[in-house]
Structures are given as C-alpha cells and as structure tokens.
Design a protein around this ligand. Structure first.
Ligand SMILES: C[S@@+](CC[C@H](N)C(=O)[O-])C[C@H]1O[C@@H](n2cnc3c(N)ncnc32)[C@H](O)[C@@H]1O
Length: 464
C-alpha cells in the first residue's frame, strides 16, 4: 500500500490512480463497488477513525467487497447512532419502473433521513440506478431518483457504466425506436454542512397530450453507448467553438431517414448536420443566428446542392417560414453559457491561438443567457417551433451534455427532456463516449470532479 498523502482529503490514491477514476464513463464488466470505495474513502482519517461505509442493499456480497478494501461497514440505523460513515453506496438497479419508484418513495425518504444523521459532512453518496427504454416509451427512474436525493443533498457529478450487450432478438424487432438498456448511472451527491431541504418531492407524471402512435420504420442503430473519435477539424470550421462531427451525424441521419428526405438543424453553426445530410443523399435545411458561421457553412456547399440555410433566430416562427416540413431534425444547442466560463483549458488554448471563444455577442444567442431557467425556456421555445416544422412521427435528436458550474451540476440533458414533454414522445438516450481527450486532475485531493467525456444524444418522436 502506498503511503497516504495527508493533504489528500478524499482518499489514499496516487495522482495517477486519481486521474484514472476521473473519466466520466467506464466499461461495466464487474461489480465496481471496490473502485468507488477506494476513491471515496480513506483507510484512516486525520482524527484516527477508520474509513466506514454504509451500503444498500446490505447483502453479503457487497459487504465482502467493502471489507476486502479494509474499510468498515456500518448499518444505517433507524434511531440516532454514533456509527458515522464516510461514504454511502446505494444500489437501486432493481427498480425498473416509475410505478415501482413511487411505491418505494416513502422507504427511500426514510433511508435519506438515516443518511442525513449518519453521513459525515462533505462526504459523498453514490446512487446506482437505471433508466429503462422500450417501445412503449421510457421509464426515467434514474433522473427521478436524482430529484429525490437532490432535495436533501447537493448533486455533484455523474459517471456512466457501459455494458457490452448481446441484444436479444425481441429488442431488435420492436416497432418504435428505443436504445438498448446497457448503461447504468452512478450519480454522486454530497452532504453539505448547510443545505435547505426542499419541499416534498413530486415525481413527474406522464403526459397525456403525447400519444404513442404506430412508429415509422427506422434503422437498427440502437447502441446505448459507443466510442466515437472524430477526425481532425478543417481550418475553416475550427473557427467555430463547438461543432459536431459529420461522420457521427451521418449515422443518425441514415438511421432515422430515407434517401431524399429533409433534415433540419435550427442551430446549424458551420453546417455540419447539413453537410452530413447531403453526404447521405438527403436534402438539408437550417437556421443559424451568426452570419459569420452561415458564411462558413455556405462555403462548404456547392450551388446545386439541395440545401437551404437561413440567417435568423431559431426562436422566431418567421425563421422557419420558407423551410420545407422536415423528416428529421438533429441539432446541438449551446451548452448554456459554458463557453464564457473562465479558466477552462480549451478556452485558454483557443484564446492563445487567437480563435473565437464564444458564438456571438448577440443577446438572442442562447449561449449568452445567464439565468439557467431562462435558457431552458428559450430552448423549449425553439424546439416547440421545430416540432411544428416536423412531419408527423418524425424523429428529433438533440446532442448535449449535463453542465457543471462552480461545483454544482445542472442536468441540462434531463431538463431538456422534461421541457419537451408536451411536444414529443421521449424515446431514449444514447451516449457518445470520448476516449481521445486528455484527462485533467480536477479537484485533486479535495473534491470529486469528473472529466465529462460523454455526450447525451437524446431522441424524441413527434407523436402529438
Ligand atoms: C453547439 S453550436 C452548433 C454547432 C453545429 N452543430 C456545428 O456542428 O457547427 C450552437 C449554435 O447555435 C447558434 N445559436 C445560438 N442561439 C441561436 C438562436 N437563437 N438561433 C439560431 N442559432 C443560434 C450559435 O451561433 C451556434 O453556432
């Protein structure tokens, strides 16, 4: 065992081991509990106490895995207990539906009471939980569970565990498109010294406006996660701070449309979705607020290409006036105002290279909105207009990340899904995982901050 670093408040890992844990996604091949125990606890703390953990469900296998790491296991007790713990690991993967979650909500809140009493301040809780997707829609158990815990503890980060799947034929045959169920969420919360408990948590109700209708036939690209390494970006498009890779978008376009159909991107940037659509033999249309990006995008097409790009505001109905109804939309919004965050390494590099660091100074630019709720409302308005411009039963994919700002997680992907429930049926999330980025030792020695290397690709269907 290496000699513990007294400055390391969280664990006994070396810098290298710390870094390895920081990737936000991992291959889930064996029980990951030991890795989490090693990251979130020390063998012994400054006041002499041994690292102690509470687990749920408290079964023999889980117990053995903790004891093998030389940590103690304490029960979460119904009455006041002096058996304080340094970490809590809760496995809720047996909950498969929202109705099961509702039935267990009171029990979970009792468990939370016990955690509040026994977990030391500034210590972490990991919740292991799944969303379930199928042809009858999605059961967003993981995200609803986060709401329950987020009312008592500060949500800090997430990791996703990716399983290799052998897909059963039944799943492949289903009519409506849904991704495979091969990703597990590991959601992290921290007990703060002072955090006001939120009022009673109301879990989301299904929306009656959206009806499940017979689905159009689509391709079989249902992987819930995949690693994609984009080719290097060309000089012109490098000017744009965040474009998505055309070869990835082609995969989606081929899956959700037929040749000759129309693909829309209402925030087209340098036109990657449009370029991908044309490469697949589809027609393309889009809207982009910043005329400089429109110019770059136009330089990527030739005159006879079937495309239409409007310089305009995607939140205004008139921007769509001259566009044809679309068979599919794929888009990516600004990740709130993150490009304006100081100190990010990418931004420093872009500044040094004299490249543009944010999209524009335009107040209509969604990336310039300070207030998170106003930002979500603007996206809701834009995607409502997208819905009106899509053909019935057309699919719609949004590529986005959950955002971390000043130590707090803003679940942008989850909030977009919640905001669109009147306009679309949510079909499920796929993860574009990156393994070609350098890891940075964020939070080293004092806090858990992952390197977010997974993007959510959220797919919806226009079934209203
Ligand atoms: C994440 S980028 C999209 C990048 C694009 N997918 C690509 O590959 O180049 C978001 C884009 O939304 C644009 N944008 C922001 N607010 C907008 C609005 N209200 N209407 C239209 N475009 C907007 C920004 O200028 C930026 O180019």
């Amino acid at each position: 065992m290496s000699i513990p670093d007294p400055k390391n408040r969280i664990n006994d890992l070396s810098g290298r081991e710390w870094l390895q844990f920081q990737k936000s996604w991992f291959l889930l091949e064996k029980n990951p509990l030991p890795e989490f125990v090693k990251f979130f606890t020390k063998y012994q703390y400054g006041d002499g106490h041994r690292g102690a953990i509470a687990i749920h469900p408290e079964n023999a296998t889980m117990r053995e895995l903790v004891l093998a790491q030389n940590r103690e296991v304490h029960q979460l007790a119904a009455q006041a207990s002096q058996n304080y713990v340094d970490y809590v690991y809760l496995d809720f993967t047996t909950i498969n539906s929202l109705s099961q979650l509702r039935q267990q909500q009171a029990e979970i809140e009792k468990l939370i009471d016990r955690i509040e009493r026994q977990l030391r301040d500034q210590c972490y809780i990991t919740i292991v939980v799944n969303n379930k997707h199928g042809e009858n829609g999605s059961e967003l158990v993981a995200w609803e569970m986060a709401k329950i815990f987020g009312a008592f503890f500060q949500q800090k980060d997430e990791k996703i565990g990716c399983r290799k799947t052998t897909v059963d034929a039944q799943e492949e045959k289903q009519n409506g498109w849904a991704p495979h169920n091969s990703v597990t969420y590991f959601l992290h919360f921290r007990k703060e010294k002072q955090l006001d408990r939120k009022a009673k948590i109301e879990l989301s109700q299904p929306n009656s406006k959206v009806k499940k209708t017979p689905a159009s036939v689509v391709g079989n690209f249902r992987k819930a996660w995949y690693v994609h390494r984009p080719p290097r970006r060309g000089k012109g498009v490098l000017l744009h701070p965040a474009k998505f890779p055309e070869d990835l978008i082609e995969r989606y376009i081929k899956n959700f449309t037929q040749p000759g159909e129309v693909v829309l991107d209402p925030m087209a940037g340098t036109g990657s979705a449009l370029v991908a659509a044309l490469a697949c033999g589809r027609s393309a249309c889009g809207i982009e607020l910043n005329p400089d990006f429109v110019e770059i995008a136009e330089s990527r097409f030739s005159k006879n290409d079937p495309f239409q790009l409007i310089t305009g505001d995607a939140a205004k109905a008139e921007s769509y006036q001259n566009l044809p109804p679309a068979d599919y939309c794929i888009t990516s919004p600004p990740y709130w105002d993150m490009l304006r965050m100081r100190g990010s390494e990418t931004q420093k590099k872009r500044k040094d290279a004299g490249l543009q660091r944010w999209y524009s100074e335009d107040p209509h630019d969604a990336g310039n909105i300070d207030d998170y709720h106003d930002f979500i409302k603007l996206l809701q308005q834009i995607y409502h207009l997208v819905a009106l411009n899509l053909k019935p039963h057309a699919y719609f994919t949004v590529i986005v990340k959950n955002v971390k700002k000043q130590g707090v997680i803003y679940p942008l992907a989850w909030d977009i899904v919640a905001a669109l429930k009147d306009d679309f049926l949510y079909c499920g999330e796929q993860f574009w995982c990156q393994d070609d980025q350098r890891l940075s030792p964020f939070g080293y020695r004092y806090a858990w901050v992952s390197n977010t290397f997974h993007h959510y690709c959220l797919t919806f269907r226009r079934d209203v």
